[in-house]
Design a protein around this ligand. Sequence first.
Ligand SMILES: C=C(OP(=O)(O)O)C(=O)O
Ligand SMILES: [Mg+2]
Length: 401
Amino acid sequence: MTLITDVRLRRVLDSRGNPTVEADVLTESGGFGRAAAPSGASTGEYEAIELPPSEAIAAARRHAIPRLVDEVYAGNQREVDGALRAADGTDNFSEVGANSAVAISMAAAKAGADVLGAPLYQHLGGAFRGENFPTPLGNVVGGGEHAKEATHIQEFLSAPVGAPSVSEAVFANAAVHDRISEILDDRDIPAAKGDEGAWAPPISDAEAFEVVDEAVSDVEDDLGFEIGFGLDIAAAELYDEDEGGYVFGDEVKSTDEMVDYVAEMVAEYDLVYVEDPLDENDYEGFAELTERVGDQTLVCGDDLFVTNVERLQDGIDVGAANSILIKPNQIGTLSDAFDAVELAVRNNYDAVISHRSGETEDTTIAHLAVATDAAFIKTGAVQGERTAKLNELIRIADDAV
Ligand SMILES: C=C(OP(=O)(O)O)C(=O)O
Ligand SMILES: [Mg+2]
């Protein structure tokens, strides 16, 4: 074990061109870790608070760094994260900023791994991790808050559930992404890209279902293993109380209609995954949908649970969803993210480790997914800040990190 001797913070660019917080953690034996906070666009109402990076950095320098330097061992993640929580003093990191907190938490984990001379996933998960790999969910078509004038549903996700290796799964998602551009081209549909590199064509949700279904089937035939697809509806962004439901352009769906619609899409397209099908406050609606389709597909809570064990426990109590999206910056520390995974697994909920729409080249979530034995990782299909994580997964499987 080696003491943290320095924590340095700076503003760096994220993939949207916005500033974000990067942290370096140094230890007395020469250990080093660097990590950067991601940032969401379709953020959940109950997420930990992201402060403007300059404010978050100033607050962390004032409150958090003095509690870490020469006080805490880099390898003791619980102590690092406890110091961050104590420095902040609120439930939601509104003093220090979840962006500073998560960057320091992840950088300390990397410094701890460096001191041990172990890959990060082993430091976080133990010697027996690394045998299984998470299936990557690749965002191939999208709209919502991630692209204007595109689909109402935020993400159509390729899910290569039959891939024999992580590398084949990663390349399958890239192939689906590529096949979609050909299909759109054949239909004379222009396609820009959204924040995560998914195609953002100006088409209806119904047409997007058709296009993705065709692309997935074509690539499945080419590669010879099963590829399904799934959705992140990000329904909290569509929900408008004044309109009395979920707004899809000119059409408004009531909660009952929304549950029927999602259940029909699950049946029609054999969806393997449906994230945030209902509003973030609608535990009851989630429970009803899970009751109807939970034996056929994963119903995942992102904005619903915000990686928060209390919100997850509320969901478990009423049978809302059967999986949870894990985004470390939604809650602020790696320890909190691990606690959410553990509570999920103990209750037969699958964990899906996730990027944010605003990302950097940081690869921590690839290691987190392997360390927690997560069923899935959602980190895009193409584009540099996404491929950084996908390529790291390939290296982990190849024992080359
Ligand atoms: C990755 C997502 O988007 P954002 O980071 O904008 O919340 C999501 O909603 O799952
Ligand atoms: Mg989501």
